[in-house]
Design a protein around this ligand. Structure first.
Ligand code: FAD
Length: 337
């Protein structure tokens, strides 16, 4: 087994916020089959260091220095066939998420089309249970495989064991304990379109919805709304949409009748973008960190920003929304340290 320490390595090009970060020790895991063995070897060489896992770097805030970074690098998609009314796929961790979506839709297997164009790798997708346009990944997970740390024992979890919730899972709650190497997805053979989101309804008006048409509508909508990290470095939505109970929803609507909200399992979900815009932060900046003028939920690096700059801006926004609406905002990306 070939294991090479590629550090010290600058991770600026490996995170979509383009934050400069030096990884003192940096390893790439090339094969899913011997990931447990490889992790054991790495941890033996760095016995007192907590490893940080990095995939596509689109949902992390990186500090200026990290001691030990491990990046799964195994990619590939395999169709396992039809079982109990579902098309099953096995996909390795470093496969681009969007490539998987297009691969399944191209084969006429619908389910993932609403999640098109989300950046990042398949292995990181369960961590925050990626979601968009009314669909969450967790619905289509059959199993998750990987290595439990620090014992370096292989695991295989069912969907129920993954603890999926809104932008959450046990892999996020217990970060550092689970290294995901592969996912098994189950896409129902009886496909149902999911086009409740008003933008999608409009885009598809008068057309028979198909996975391919929904995919194209989602791509067009996302390109229109979200700044491209290749042009303006960002990590997508920086805050989760807050959820409030019925009582607080009524109080808020009495004061702010235009506040966009929609039902969720735990109560009412509020538009964090609207709250931030109303608090006066859309398009504003604090030093080299700013709020996108295209979308108030997106924090951007205008050049040379560090994690501290980004987090200082996030805290100013959180405080402003708390003062104006009494609603706490929660940061979505993970701050590695
Ligand atoms: C422009 C833009 C738009 C976005 N839109 C959406 C959206 O619509 N919906 C949405 O949900 N998200 C969205 N995101 C966030 C992001 O794309 C997703 O969270 C994505 O799944 C992160 O994948 P990644 O490979 O970049 O992970 P990284 O950012 O590298 O890692 C994310 C987290 O997962 C951990 N991790 C990485 N790999 C593994 C592994 N193999 N095993 C265990 N833990 C691991 C990391 O330690 C880190 O905590 C967007 C981001 C951007 C920049």
């Amino acid at each position: 087994m070939k294991l090479q320490d590629l550090g010290p390595a600058n991770l600026q090009a490996a995170n979509t916020l383009a934050l400069t970060c030096m990884a003192e020790h940096y390893y790439r895991l090339e094969q899913a089959e011997n990931a447990a063995e490889a992790m054991a070897a790495i941890l033996q060489q760095h016995p007192h260091t907590q490893p940080q896992l990095l995939a596509g770097g689109s949902n992390v805030v990186l500090p200026q220095r990290l001691e030990l970074v491990i990046q799964p690098a195994m990619a590939g998609i395999r169709y396992l066939g039809e079982q109990k009314g579902c098309h099953h796929y096995r996909v390795l961790a470093a496969t681009e998420w969007d490539a998987l979506v297009r691969h399944t839709v191209d084969r006429g297997h619908g389910g993932l089309e609403n999640l098109a164009l989300i950046p990042g790798h398949c292995g990181a997708a369960p961590v925050q249970n990626i979601g968009a346009y009314g669909v969450e990944l967790g619905e289509y997970i059959h199993a998750i495989e990987g290595v439990e740390l620090p014992t370096c024992t292989p695991f295989r979890h069912t969907r129920e064991e993954a603890g999926f919730a809104y932008r959450d899972s046990r892999y996020k709650q217990e970060a550092g304990r689970w290294l995901i190497t592969a996912l098994e997805l189950a896409l129902p053979t009886r496909w149902q379109p999911r086009i409740d989101y008003p933008g999608l309804q409009q885009a598809l008006a008068g057309q028979e919805p198909s996975p391919g048409r929904i995919l194209q509508a989602v791509i067009a909508e996302r390109r229109r709304k979200l700044p491209d990290p290749a042009e303006t470095p960002n990590a997508g939505s920086f805050f989760k949409n807050p959820v409030v109970d019925e009582y607080h929803m009524r109080l808020l609507l009495a004061k702010h009748p235009n506040l966009p909200h929609w039902p969720s399992e735990a109560g009412h979900k509020l538009s964090a973008a609207w709250l931030i815009e109303q608090a006066g932060w859309k398009g504003k900046a604090l030093g080299p960190a700013g709020v996108s003028s295209q979308h108030a939920l997106v924090l951007v690096n205008h050049g040379g920003a560090t994690a501290d700059d980004i987090l200082r801006l996030a805290e100013a926004i959180r405080q402003a929304v708390q003062d104006r609406f009494g609603v706490p905002l929660e940061i979505e990306p993970r701050c590695l340290a």
